[in-house]
Each structure stands twice: as structure tokens, then as C-alpha cells.
Design a protein around this ligand. Structure first.
Ligand code: G3P
Length: 218
């Protein structure tokens, strides 16, 4: 499973990349706004430190302008993946960019039908938002299960399931069990993944017993 980081904060990406935990990055207009930086500048900097795809989202809503924005974003760096919303204009833009060889991440997906349309439009990634479905008492991971099942029925579909809007480590584990290709994780969730109180207490006990021996390995 690939781990993408869901942030536009370069310092957070750099720290996680140095730990080998970053296969890609996803941003969105809200994350760019939160960074307080110019979009082209921050996307270029993220691309320079990220080994894999970096999603940069268009902000227009009409096909012609979305396509122009997508081509501009793609020109920032060779590892830019253009993000488009799951709308009619967004799918048209996805098809056009995919035919030009640009990887497209279709975002704001909330139903299996939407995911099937995105795959037919040639999306490289589909981003179902599990946390936002959970937030309204709907089974977000159920959507992932449906999409994975549908895509598996049609091997000609090459779209990767990129689980987004991840709120906690259980979402990640469930997504991995379902066979999703990618999860995009807030930095805080990545840090939560490795923590377990029994690991901490077990290590403390080992070190306390070792100290009693008076030995040192080196
Ligand atoms: O960036 C796409 C998605 O991960 C955003 O999730 O619901 O935390 O804003 P959310």
C-alpha cells in the first residue's frame, strides 16, 4: 500500500520523507490556503522533495478553464498529478488530461457510481472521502469496499483507489485489508500509526532489566 501525505506544509512532508514514509502528497485548495503560500511556489517545493505524485487541484468549475489550469499545474513539475472534482466538467477535464498523458486524481468522490465514472474517464486515482461520510453517519469504508469490488470486476480499469479524508489509524488498517492501493494521511495520523502503549511499556521494562546487568553492548 502506498502512503501519501495529505498536507501542503513542506516542513511536515520533509520530516516524513526523511523517514521513508512518503510515497506521494495530496493537497487541496483548503490545504493550500492553510499553508499561507502561493500555490505554484508551494507545489514546486513539495514536488522537489517528494519521490512520487503530488496532487495539485484545479479551482475552476468550467471545462475550458479547468483544462487550462490543469495544463499549467502539470507544467510545474513532472510529478504533478492534477486533481479535479467529480463533476461533469471535472470528468471531461480528466479525460482530456489523461489523453495528454497527465495523471489525474478525481476527488470529492462519495459513491460507487461516481468512482466507476472516474475510472471510465481515465483517472489515475479516485479519492473517496471516508471521513466525511463517517461524519454524517454513513459507512465510509463501505464505499471503499464497493469501489475495490467494482474495479476488480473490470481489470481493464487502471484507476487506483486513493483513500482520502482519513481520520485515524483504523481507517488505514481497514483500507489496507480491503486492498486499496493508496491512503492519503494527515501527518498526525501517520505519527499515530506506530504508537502502542504495550510497545512503550515493554521497551521500558526491557531497558530497566538490562540496566540491572551493568552491561553495555558497545
Ligand atoms: O485532501 C483530500 C482529503 O483527504 C481531505 O479530507 O475531510 O480531512 O478535509 P478532509
Amino acid at each position: 500500500m502506498k502512503f501519501f501525505v495529505d498536507t501542503a506544509e513542506v516542513s511536515e512532508i520533509r520530516a516524513l520523507a526523511e523517514a521513508g514514509l512518503v510515497d506521494g502528497v495530496t493537497t487541496n485548495p483548503s490545504l493550500i490556503a492553510k499553508s499561507g503560500r502561493r500555490m505554484a511556489e508551494v507545489i514546486a517545493e513539495i514536488c522537489a522533495i517528494t519521490p512520487g505524485p503530488v496532487s495539485a487541484e484545479v479551482t475552476a468549475t468550467d471545462f475550458e478553464t479547468m483544462l487550462a489550469e490543469g495544463r499549467y499545474l502539470r507544467g510545474i513539475a513532472p510529478n504533478v498529478a492534477v486533481k479535479v472534482p467529480l463533476t461533469e466538467a471535472g470528468l471531461r477535464t480528466c479525460r482530456a488530461l489523461a489523453e495528454e498523458g497527465t495523471p489525474v486524481n478525481v476527488t470529492l468522490c462519495f459513491s460507487p457510481a461516481q468512482a466507476l465514472l472516474a475510472a471510465k474517464a481515465g483517472a489515475a486515482f479516485i479519492s473517496p472521502f471516508v471521513g466525511r461520510l463517517d461524519d454524517i453517519s454513513t459507512d465510509g469504508m463501505g464505499l471503499i469496499a464497493d469501489i475495490v469490488q467494482i474495479y476488480r470486476n473490470y481489470p481493464n480499469l487502471k484507476t487506483e483507489v486513493l483513500v482520502a479524508s482519513v481520520r485515524h489509524p483504523v481507517h488505514l488498517v481497514q483500507a489496507a485489508k480491503l486492498g486499496a492501493h493508496v491512503a492519503t494521511l494527515p501527518p498526525a495520523v501517520i505519527k499515530q500509526l506506530l504508537r502502542h502503549p504495550l510497545t512503550d511499556s515493554g521497551l521500558s521494562a526491557f531497558l530497566a532489566d538490562w540496566k540491572k546487568t551493568g552491561q553495555s553492548i558497545l
